[in-house]
Design a binder for this molecule. Sequence first.
Ligand code: ZN
Length: 88
Amino acid sequence: LTDRGSREPIRTCVACGRKASQKDLLRFALSGDRAFWDLDRRMPGRGAYICPRQECLEALKRDRKKGRIFRRQLGEEAWAELTSIPKD
Ligand SMILES: [Zn+2]
């Protein structure tokens, strides 16, 4: 991949719907039955993006329809990893 610095991929925060450049959002992805941060964007499979803000994490946690992100229903424990913003 070459980076010409002009076309930043745009992604949408699953919590607030804000559109932002991919690098300004945090990626998470499903591994097995749990969602994990995927800061290197290397995890295979379906991923999603969220703003690096506690408000968005809280909103995601409260969202009863969040199963739609991965097109499957997951238990609450599946989201445990996503309760705080990862340190880089
Ligand atoms: Zn957001």
